[in-house]
Design a protein. Structure first.
Length: 274
């Protein structure tokens, strides 16, 4: 039975992927940051334990648990858990950037470095990183999240090159709008870090961001359900020779093409209107 460790499984992409891969015959270890979410997944029949990317001891304990259960083997890692801090870049405290990089990049790197010796020792494995269209293109109000995803893209590209010949394949998945709770989950971080009332952009917050952040809305025009990512994840995990990148949703395909074809000013003009 092939084994996979998936992070960020309390909802959305991670939750769907964990159930789908378990149904497909994978031995799935679905991790969450909160014990209550792990208990819920266990009640649904999944193997689950806590893993908090900001806590190295939690990362180590989760991986130790997985390797104990599997007898020291891990066939795949799907780094997925992340959060956002909406707000203008000029209003983003440096400590907020440090905090989000701990969760969205440094923790991923810590876990990945711990997994690589296991995969190298067994002769191969898959490391799949769930990036974003925002790892390809910058959008207003999303500076913190964009920064972590751009960094993830570069670090993963280097890792993929360096792991050539080891049997360990490193893959990026780049979803666009996918149904999840990232908007709702970003609200506490926005309220903690962004002093929008004191911002010179207060009117823009009131006219643009606050309604988008707090109001229940219909799905975005091109939004797809999480199973769109799971289908691509399965290809990345089970293909004999996986691609370096997999795009999910029309906006990601479109943005990748725009980056290749448009000059910088034209691309900025386009992105400023999204």
């Amino acid at each position: 039975m092939r084994s996979i460790l998936i992070t960020g499984c309390s909802s959305g992409i991670g939750y769907h992927a964990a159930h789908a891969l378990a149904a497909r015959g994978w031995q799935v270890f679905a991790t969450c940051r909160k014990p209550a979410d792990c208990a819920r997944l266990q009640a649904e029949g999944l193997e689950s334990c806590t893993l908090d990317y900001t806590d190295p001891e939690s990362i180590g304990a989760a991986l130790d648990h997985v390797l104990t259960v599997t007898g020291g083997r891990l066939d795949a890692l799907f780094n997925n858990g992340a959060y956002a801090i909406p707000g203008a870049a000029e209003d983003l405290p440096t400590d907020a950037l440090r905090a989000i990089f701990e969760a969205n990049l440094f923790g991923w790197h810590d876990l990945t470095r711990r997994v690589i010796p296991v995969m190298r020792g067994q002769g191969g494995g898959r490391i799949v990183q769930n990036s974003s269209v925002l790892g390809l293109a910058a959008l207003r109000w999303r500076g913190a999240y964009v920064a972590t995803k751009f960094a993830l893209e570069g670090l993963t590209d280097v890792l993929r090159l360096e792991m050539r010949g080891t049997g360990v394949h490193v893959v990026l998945i780049e979803p666009g709008p996918v149904t999840s709770r990232i908007r709702q989950n970003s609200i506490p971080h926005f309220e903690r870090w962004i002093d929008w009332r004191a911002s010179p952009r207060r009117a823009q917050y009131e006219g643009e961001l606050l309604a988008r952040l707090y109001e229940d809305r219909a799905p975005d025009r091109f939004e797809l359900p999480p199973d769109a990512v799971t289908r691509v994840l399965i290809r990345a995990l089970e293909a004999r020779a996986p691609r370096p990148r997999y795009f999910v949703t029309l906006p990601t395909h479109g943005m990748a093409a725009a980056r290749r074809l448009l000059p910088g000013r034209a691309l900025d003009w386009l992105l400023a209107r999204v």
